[in-house]
Design a protein around this ligand. Structure first.
Ligand code: KG4
Ligand code: ZN
Length: 351
């Protein structure tokens, strides 16, 4: 595989991200987080996100180039997220890339955001650490605020969704629960993790979701309803006294469901490796569960190696472009790519 120097950009949600990568090595990875702008809304507010991306993107890209000690003339290609993501937010980077690729005569590589999360676990630092062997087939659990998907990878470009959420994403379920429980703003996942740490998940059990279903999909809307109903039955004082146990019980049922489905998926596909990525992969309780599952089945479990690679970032887009170079199109400088807000990891799109 060719180790080209790529400028990577992602504006799919609430982070303005740019990075420089060479092969799977990350030379710089810059992110401007808009969390403070959206926190009060309990989710991402599209027009606010668009405006903030427009303001920030030129500076963030220049910073990424500077931190990598490279200039535009050194860049072989610009890897940019085509989707999935918020349509108005995606358009900002597409316009910017169209203009800059034309000025500097650099081809553009459209990359799927979820493929970015998937390959984030194989990213290396500047000097090539860590080196992680990639063995196919593997299963990736992509678990974030917008997605919960189980992917079967049979080759670098051979990615198939074998299970997914039918409604809310796991991160979204945690965000909503945190809002209901303690009025937490976005993102609520880390708040749930902190509360749950000193709680007992058995004291306030939530129903075991989807025990009857034999397919490989998950659903979290039932758990959300269970939370609404449970809270309605409690007085304010009871809520305060039990808040840690409620958080622990809810978190346990979200991750328990992911685990049960993953057990089935392992039985069906016999993977040689597990990859856990996306914003929720930061959660220690989830990591513990996934590690135990890997140990039980005798397969390695890979998580993103740094905090910067856990949530949304652009380094993962550059690294995915490297691994998927055999199948990704190379668009001529100046192309305004078509955004695909609901783009799937296992579909091919024309740009
Ligand atoms: O991948 P990400 O940064 O953005 C996308 O959704 O694409 O994921 C954000 C999600 C949010 O739902 C957030 O609450 C959740 O990841 N999250 C966590 C933790 N850190 C972030 N959920 C549980 N525990 C955490 N420590
Ligand atoms: Zn993401």
């Amino acid at each position: 595989m060719k180790d080209q120097l790529l400028l990577a950009i992602d504006t799919s949600a609430d982070d303005t991200c740019a990075a420089v990568t060479k092969g799977r090595r990350v030379l710089s990875n810059v992110r401007y987080s808009q969390i403070h702008l959206h926190s009060a809304f309990g989710g991402i507010f599209p027009t606010v996100a668009k405006r903030a991306h427009e303001l920030k993107i030129p500076g963030i890209v220049e910073r990424a180039l500077k931190r990598a000690s490279v200039g535009w003339k050194d860049i072989d290609g610009i890897a940019v997220t085509y989707g999935p993501g918020l349509a108005p937010a995606l358009t900002v980077s597409h316009r910017y890339v169209s203009e800059m690729s034309s000025i500097h005569s650099i081809p553009t590589i459209p990359v799927n955001h979820m493929a970015g999360h998937l390959y984030s676990v194989f990213a290396q630092n500047k000097v090539g650490n860590p080196f992680r062997e990639i063995t196919f087939p593997f299963i990736a659990v992509l678990i974030s605020g917008g997605h919960t998907e189980f992917i079967l990878a049979r080759g670098y470009d051979d990615l198939t969704i074998v299970g997914r959420t039918l409604d809310d994403a796991a991160g979204e379920a945690l965000d909503k629960a945190a809002r209901m429980l303690v009025g937490a703003g976005y993102p609520g996942g880390p708040v749930m993790e902190t509360l749950a740490r000193s709680g007992d998940p058995k004291k306030f059990p939530f129903p075991k979701a989807m025990t009857q279903r034999t397919d490989l999909d998950v659903s979290f809307s039932g758990l959300k309803t269970a939370m609404v109903n449970a809270l309605a039955r409690l007085s304010e004082a009871e809520k305060i006294l039990q808040v840690h146990d409620i958080a622990a019980g809810f978190q346990e049922s979200v991750f328990g469901l992911v685990e049960r489905k993953l057990v089935k998926i392992i039985e069906v596909y016999d993977p040689k490796m597990l990859v856990i990525a996306g914003g929720v992969s930061a959660n220690k309780a989830l990591r513990k569960k996934m590690r135990a599952l890997g140990t039980k089945h005798g397969i390695p479990v890979r998580f993103p190696t740094t905090k910067a690679l856990e949530g949304d970032n652009a380094a993962m887009i550059g690294v995915a472009a490297y691994f998927m170079q055999g199948s990704l199109p190379l668009l001529k400088p100046g192309t305004m790519i078509d955004r695909v807000p609901r783009g799937r990891i296992d579909e091919k799109y024309s740009f």
